[in-house]
Every structure is written in C-alpha cells, then in structure tokens.
Design a protein around this ligand. Sequence first.
Ligand code: ADP
Ligand code: MG
Length: 623
Amino acid sequence: MGKIAINIVTGSLQQEETIVGIDLGTTNSLIAIVRNDTHQPIALKETDGLALVPSIVHFDEYGNTTVGNPAKELLIAQPERTIYSVKRLMGKSYKDVSGDTGFFAYNVIDDGTDALVKVQVGDKFYSPIELSSYILKELKKRAEHILKTGITKAVITVPAYFNDAQRQATRDAGRLAGLDVLRIINEPTAASLAYGIGTKSNEEKTIAVYDLGGGTFDISILTISNGIFEVLATNGDTYLGGDDMDNLIVRFWQEDTGEGNTDLGIGSSPDKTLMQQLRLTAEEAKKHLTNNDVFDGAINGIPVRITRRQFDDLVQPLVNRTIDACRNALKDAGLKPEQISEVVMVGGSTRVPLVKDSVRNFFGRPLHDELNPDEVVALGAAVQADILAGNNTEMLLLDVTPLSLGIETMGGLMDVLMPRNSKIPSKVGRQYTTHKDGQSCMRISVYQGERDLVQDNRKLAEFNLTGIPGMPAGLPKVEVTFMIDADGILKVSATELRSGVAQSIDVKPQYGLTDEEVEKMLLDSLTHAKDDIKIRALVEAHTEAQQMLDTTEKFLNKYRAMLTEDELATTAERMTILREAMDAKDKDRIQHETEILNDISRPYAERVMDAALKDAMKGKKVI
Ligand code: ADP
Ligand code: MG
C-alpha cells in the first residue's frame, strides 16, 4: 500500500508516491523517475536543462552550503572550502585513505576517536555521510520542484564492489537527507535495467558493463537469469577516469605549446587557481573533441590547441589499461569475450570515440550506447524504483536479508548462520555433530528471527538428514549450508562429511512478511534481549548437565565393577540432586551440581584409563 500524496499544484490526489532513482556519483549525481504516462524512465532536468549535478559541495565561512555547478565554479577560487569526490571517502577509515590524501585539495583528517574519516572546512568537521547527504538533499529539492510533490523514497546506486560499510554509509546519507532508502542497488545492474536487459522473464544473458566516469573505472561481468542478477566478477581502477584525460591535456599544453609555456606553469609549481583553470579548459577541449577534429582555446590570453589525433595518442595508454582490466575480469569470471551477449557503456568518458572503438574491438560486438551514458545508471535506478512501487510486478529484487536465518540446536536454541542484513546473494556453512551414539538421523529446522529461542522465531522449513552411518556421538561431521540467491530463495543443505550422505531443501522467500512484521520482530528482540540472554544461559546449562548425566550413565553401565559400593551410592545421589536442580530450572544450581558430579567422576575415569594402560603393558616384555 502506497501513501496518498497531494499534488500541491493541481490539488489532485496521487495514489502512489513516486519513488525516485538516484545515481550518487563520484563526479556527477542525478535523479530519475519512470513517467506515469509513458512508463519510460527519464532523468529530471531543471529549467537549466541539465540533469547532472556535479557532486561538489561548497561551504561559505558561515557553513552555508552550495551544491552542484555553482560549487564547481568555486573549485578554482576556494579549493579548501569546495569538497569533491566525497564518494571515495564513504565508509572509509583514515587508514584506508591515508595513501590517497594527496588527491584531495581539501583537508581530510583523522580525528583519532572516530574510526571513519572527517573533512575539515574552516573550524568545522564533516563526515562523508553528511557531505553526501547535502548532494542528496539538493537532488531531492530539485525533484520536488520539478514534480511539484514531496519525495521521500528512493533507490540509490553504488559500485558493485562497495562493501557493507560503504553501502551502509550510503543508506545513512539518504536517511540524513530525509529519504527512505528502499534499496541500494549495484550500478552495473541499474545500467542493464535501463537497457531493458533482464526485465523479461526466462532471459539468460551474460553482460559486461564498462563504466568510465570522471575518476574511476569499473568493469563488471553479470549474469541475468529469471530476473536475477548476479555479479560474476568486477575489476577496474579507482584512480582512472576522465580527470586523468584532462590532466594529460594540461601537461601536453604545459610542455608542447612552445612559447608562453612558462606562463602555463611549467618548471614552477603553478598556483592552484591557474591549475584549476587549466583543468577546466582541458575538460572543455576533451568534450569538444568527441565531435570535432581540433580544439582552439585560450587561458589567461595564451592560446591553446589540441587535435583529435594528439588527444588519442595521449589517452591510448589509459584506454589500454581499461582493456587489460576487462581481460582480467573475464578471466576471473572464466569467460571469453565472445561469451558476452551484451556490452553496456556507462559514464561520461565513454563518449570518447577511441574508448568506444577499443571496447567494441575487444568484445567483438556492437555496444549499448544509445542512452545517455551519464544518465543510464540513474535511469536504471528509476526502473528498479518503479518495480518496488508495484508498477512492474514481474520482478522482485531483494538486496539484504531483513531478519536473521538459522537452525535449531540442542535445547531449542536459535543458532544464527546468516545474520540479518546479510548481502544477497550469499552462502554460509557451519558444522554440527550428533549427541547420541549411533544416531542415524538429524533434524534440521530452519528459523527466521532475532530471538534466542526458536519458539519465539518464525519456522520456515524442516527436514531430516537420514542414513548417517552408526558412529559414536560427536564423531559425525554434518555441514549445514545456507545459500540465498539474488531472488531471496534460501536453499538449505546438510551433508555428513565422513559418509557423504546429503539432503537439501528450498525455502521460498518470505514475501508474506510485511515491513511492520519485520519491525515488530526486531523490536521484540530488543525488548526481550535480557530475558533471552537468561533463557539462553539456562538452556545451555541444562544441555551441559544432560550431557554430563548421559556420560556418567554410560560410564557406570560399562565400568560399574571398578567402583566401590560407596562410590556408586555417592554418584547416584549427586545425579539425583543434579536432576532436581534441572527440574527447578535454577541455572546456578545446575552449573554447581554439574561441576560436583564432574569432580567426583573424574578420578573414576582416570582409574579406568590406568587399568587400560596396565592391560596394554601386560604381555609386553620390558628389556
Ligand atoms: P561519475 O560516474 O564518476 O560521477 P560521470 O559518468 O558523470 O562520472 O562522468 C564524468 C566524466 O565524463 C567527466 O570526466 C567528464 O569530463 C566526462 N565527459 C562528459 N562528457 C564527455 C564527452 N563528451 N567526452 C569526453 N568525456 C566526457
Ligand atoms: Mg557513475
């Protein structure tokens, strides 16, 4: 059920709130929606006609922010107050980025207390999450202005290689900007969706997504089958992109323009202002050369010039590095170029004709480059948002598990194999053993929830692993694995490793669980956390006591003859007292009595060992 919103311009009621798709990029960010009438995704453009918002935040001396193009213009004048490439810092500790701080013209600091980096502007400190939230707020404001309605829900994209901390940081930035982030999805997945790849059921494809942006290069190899995307391999270079092309042009001008080049800063280190001006003009030249053979411009009255041929020669080594990365990604995926059925081009820098030609040659097939390469990720995020809004019921992509998944162990305890918020798809395994001699069957009960006792959680499935060959308790090794695919389907399997006996079951995704139910289960786990710890401790004490009783019983049956009448009586008495403590459900008493029984029976066991040893020595001649 969507919320009802009022369009403040027309006054009409809108049944479903629009969920937006957001590409939060290193260089540029943008927001897109699927149009109600045409069902086509479009990037939202302000009256300036531009969809791209440079991912740049400027702070004035009072801490007021400006985001986007106006901030980009201030890069030259106020480099230490103008924050770019914040995506590189998301979810990172100072240690993670300490080698890269030279890249940033602003102050990246380690505040010592916080594990995550901060950025210092004047006397204020900002986390990358806060900085990203300013960009998201700007996008939200734009969308609300254009659509004339409130926006509160979004799908945000991240690179396929982003780890949990980076994904979580992106989610938090969204929340800070007043957005309910319904999904974090991978950029290459979004790009494929934008081209309609994977939107038809029964489609099986292997896709390469080549993404060359402003400062980063990513190649991702994906498969899609039945609407499920899976990342087979990723490769790339986090410091390779359009900015490097700009820098090459700058150096080219500094070195090759002959007279006047000292004025462009060669030999001396140019001041920051001149450097930024050089870079901006170089970027202009690069873009111009996409459709023209020569660029002519001027910096501080000094003419600069570059031809397409010269540019191609400059960037050829960069392009070669991207092709090497493609080769490595394919190798990791165990595929050959001809096994790729679709090649998707993403990122503003793929407009460079040399890039297109090289990628086309490498994969030996036509490219998907019909859509605007710097909009394609946002467009795909909008397609995903539309699916979530319920407008496209064919597909349902899950990204993380909403609740923990585990199995029941001795005493009705929940043993979590896959904690909540685990990435989908994923796979985990754990070994268990039997607790009875000759046990031939093991029951695997699968539960979902956060409570310590399975009875408080939700049972998903149950099956028996049968045919375990007779072995003493504790000897069989039963490996239980949980595998959850991109569609949220959980496959549970159990294998006895010594004999190879195996059994498995598919658990359908719990679409039936509403957000409210998930929330209630989480809340319950919090309110009951104390009780649960107590109960878990009791159950564990109980289990241990039972094992102690079983072992003692077994021992008595076998070695009764080696104990005196007195010893037998004491043992029987302690066993009774322990059983009483267990009946009374008194954890401390159970533990105490278990220890006593353990203490009195330990010498008996040693006696048996000694006797066995003597037996073994008998008949052997000691020379
Ligand atoms: P990101 O994903 O890193 O945010 P984008 O996909 O928006 O980046 O790409 C930005 C890069 O694309 C910049 O380096 C920009 O100069 C470059 N770019 C944009 N248009 C062109 C063009 N016509 N030719 C070459 N490069 C371009
Ligand atoms: Mg991008």
